[in-house]
Design a protein around this ligand. Structure first.
Ligand code: NAD
Length: 741
């Protein structure tokens, strides 16, 4: 096997191939993208007098694919200009490029014959040791590799990215019998560290883990639609966030996937799982068949289960009449009550016991999926942790199926299933023969999982460089805490200050804790990390609180809060020990201002950072503007050159237009990150990387910065330039009178 993977060749520029190539470009690999040569000229080409030999025609498909990826929303590329780093070619003129590749990724149409022909060709051209992977959703990997050269078979595996690859954490890896272990390890390491993915090893069974179980869950919803007499809006109300699933719930998700694609997958699973006890559940639903015939395929044809009209907004399909009507929010009293349980586990326990339609639907859909999943062990995987991760990372479920078993109580669910159907999955019988009767347990603070073969619970393997705050807490490492945050010992002389207020907004509690944390870090630690593992780093200052003070005309209260925030940020900046902030996701307003005062940032690649206060009619007041100004000054070494004025103008514009970065690389371009700040692709590694940063700074003998001597006041000339900008923006109606003020 090749030791260093530099040149990655992706074949197929459809939905997946182009987006996979884009993500490798994000990770700064040298990327080549190939597709077929068109068979016919399009009308534009005919008009221009081109023929099938013209290079622009020959690369039209690959170019179009990359262009689509460049324009997708959310974007596939960190920066649009990364597209220019991707080399484009076609499979007739450029097939020799396979010889230069270190890793070839096949992402062409899901068709065994087409894939086989391509793989045979790759086999004849690739240099020995080149890794080859297929992105197939479900074709057996051994079947794709069978009969090809031995070197090929040893370097071939399934690497199944999820759509969209930049954003979905899951990658399923499927090794055939002959795949070398080091090939899997190399690919897993790249997916984890460089692409930021969570890799799960799946067995080479039809549609692997994610699509097999995920599709079963959706098919169950179709069955229950008629069994419980529920409409499309109602089902989406019942299968979204209330169950810890994405907002797109069931039918909105299917519209995004495309109903033809869904029908194709369901049909293929049916054809390939002859021994599955639930095979009949994989019949393509009649409603899906009808919609596919009508070509109402979802988003790609602008109508499916939903249809968006400019005049009427979003309409919903009536499955009986096949007519679209206004969306209906059905009032289910049980759902209203369920919403008062913020903890998902408690909410699910409440829902399955409702004596109404809601209770019936939730119980039936969950219990059928839970039993089906339990019956898939060990067929699709030996590990319940892997199966849970697949559903969480590939479908954005908050809890995996085995975690749901535990949440509902395995005994309770088992009793009810026994009464209803008699039989329990073997896995559940095995689990119930243990003392714990749970899939997950805690032993001395360590999370353990059930291993069916040995009927024991063993610790979930930890990975070097991955650190979870929940584990630190379970090991009683909390030093102090209040309602909004905790100060925790990370080990090795580093502490972490975790925010855990609502949306991680910054309030008085958090400011107090930050101040205390800085003192504790100085006295007893080498340095401090400010970071957390919530959904976002921080949505900024608690505006509800500020609004309340304003409504009460408590100007002194507001003034006090701003002064506190500024004081804490200055303490961060001049802390005698290193303070590293680890932003990720939304890092807005006050959250961004905290980050701007740290000596160093270790940011997740998906960091959406900005001084957005102007968006709500406020001015960033916790020192963020001053820090941006200092950075602008530093760029031109404190000289008021014309260059300085232009930097100053764009900084002013970014604050004035509440500009937020679309990723960490852009945050660097906007000046929120410095060149010396680090970027981590895998969020699970972010805190450990930040901790390593603190240790490195401390080892190098960290010294706090000297106080800033001054900020150059540029005088009226520059003020006029900024004022002119404001005037023009108002004239162009880009801003309001209040913004001008
Ligand atoms: P797609 O239909 O969008 O694109 C297929 C691409 O393959 C096109 O660019 C086409 O020109 C090219 N192609 C067709 N025949 C070819 C050939 N003989 N040689 C080279 N290129 C050829 O498909 P997609 O959705 O991107 O899926 C690609 C693969 O990824 C499939 O195996 C699919 O099952 C899998 N997958 C898809 C998704 C998804 O959400 N779309 C998710 C995970 C995996």
């Amino acid at each position: 096997m090749k030791r260093d993977i530099e040149n990655v060749v992706v074949v197929g520029t459809g939905v997946m191939g182009a987006a996979i190539a884009a993500h490798f470009a994000n990770a700064r690999f040298s990327v080549t993208l190939l597709d077929i040569v068109p068979q016919e000229l399009d009308t534009g080409e005919i008009r221009q007098g081109l023929d099938l030999r013209s290079p622009v025609v020959r690369n039209r498909i690959v170019k179009g694919g990359l262009e689509r990826a460049r324009n997708t929303k959310p974007p596939a590329l960190f920066l649009p200009e990364y597209a220019e780093d991707i080399r484009l070619g076609n499979l007739e003129d450029n097939f020799r490029w396979f010889t230069e590749a270190d890793w070839i990724i096949e992402a062409i149409t899901e068709d065994y014959q087409l894939k086989r022909v391509l793989l045979e060709r790759i086999d004849s051209l690739r240099s020995p040791g080149t890794i080859v992977s297929s992105n197939t959703s479900g074709i057996p990997i051994r079947k794709l590799a069978s009969g090809l050269s031995e070197d090929f078979r040893r370097h071939f595996l399934g690497i199944h990215f999820f759509n969209p690859p930049r954003y979905m954490k899951l990658v399923e890896s499927v090794q055939a019998e002959e795949t070398l272990p080091e090939v899997f390890e190399k690919v897993a390491e790249i997916c984890d560290r460089q692409l930021g993915k969570g890799i799960v090893s799946a067995k080479d069974t039809p549609y692997f883990i994610a699509n097999r179980i995920g599709t079963f869950a959706i098919q169950t919803v179709f069955q229950l639609m008629s069994e419980c007499g529920l409409g499309i809006d109602e089902i989406d109300q019942l299968t979204g966030p209330i169950l810890g699933r994405p907002k797109s719930a069931t039918f909105r998700t299917l519209d995004i996937i495309g109903l033809d694609t869904y029908a194709y997958i369901v049909h293929n699973i049916y054809e390939s799982v002859s021994n599955d006890e639930q095979r009949e559940a994989f019949r393509v639903p009649a409603l899906v068949k009808v919609l596919v015939e009508k070509k109402w395929l979802g988003d790609k044809t602008h109508q499916g289960f939903y249809k968006k009209l400019k005049t009427q907004g979003i309409l919903t399909l009536d499955p009986c009449t096949l007519e679209y009507g206004p969306r209906r929010e059905t009032h289910f009293p049980s759902l209203d009550e369920a919403r008062s349980f913020p903890i998902l586990e408690e909410r699910l326990r409440f829902l399955i016991n409702r004596p109404d339609k809601v209770g019936e639907f939730v119980w039936k859909s969950l219990s059928r999926t839970l039993v089906y999943t339990a019956n898939r062990i060990p067929e699709v995987s030996d590990s319940i942790v892997d199966v849970d991760n697949v559903l969480k990372w590939g479908f954005n479920w908050e809890l995996g199926p085995f975690e749901i078993w535990d949440a509902l109580g395995v005994n309770t669910v088992a009793d009810r299933i026994r009464q209803e159907r008699g039989m329990l999955p073997t896995l559940i019988e095995k689990l119930l023969s243990t003392a714990e009767k749970r899939f997950y347990t805690k032993q001395d603070g360590t999370r353990c999982y059930f291993v069916p073969d040995s009927r024991h619970h063993i610790p979930i393997p930890s990975h070097a460089g991955v650190l979870f705050i929940s584990d630190l807490k379970a090991h009683e490492r909390v030093i102090r805490e209040n309602r909004s945050g905790s100060l925790i010992d990370m080990g090795d002389g580093v502490a972490v200050l975790e925010f855990h207020s609502k949306m991680n907004t910054i309030d008085g509690n958090l400011l107090q804790l930050m101040e205390d944390a800085l003192a504790v870090a100085h006295d007893s630690f080498l340095g401090l990390v400010i970071g957390n593992q919530g959904q976002h780093f921080s949505a900024g200052a608690n505006l509800q609180f500020i609004l309340k003070l304003a409504q009460d005309k408590n100007w002194q209260g507001i003034d006090q809060m701003i002064r506190n925030f500024q004081r804490v940020n200055m303490k961060i900046k001049y802390s005698p020990c290193a303070v590293v902030v680890a932003p990720f996701g939304l890092t807005l307003g006050g959250g961004c201002e905290i980050a701007l005062h740290a000596c160093c940032l270790q940011a997740h690649s998906e960091t959406y950072m900005g001084l957005v206060e102007l968006g709500v009619g406020l001015i960033p007041a916790a020192g963020g503007i001053k820090e941006m100004l200092l950075r602008t000054q530093a760029k031109t070494h404190n000289r008021p050159t014309p260059d300085y004025v232009s930097h100053l103008r764009s900084t002013f514009e970014n604050i004035a237009t509440a500009k937020t970065s679309a990723c960490a690389v852009e945050a660097r371009n906007l000046g929120f990150l410095r060149d010396t700040d680090g970027i981590t692709m895998n969020r699970d590694r972010l805190l450990a990387d930040a901790k390593a940063r603190v240790l490195e700074l401390s080892r190098q003998g960290y010294r706090k910065p000297l106080p800033t001597r001054g900020i150059t006041a540029m005088g009226n000339r520059v003020l006029s330039i900024l004022k002119l900008g404001i005037h023009l923006a108002r004239r162009a109606e880009q801003i309001t009178d209040y913004d001008v003020h």
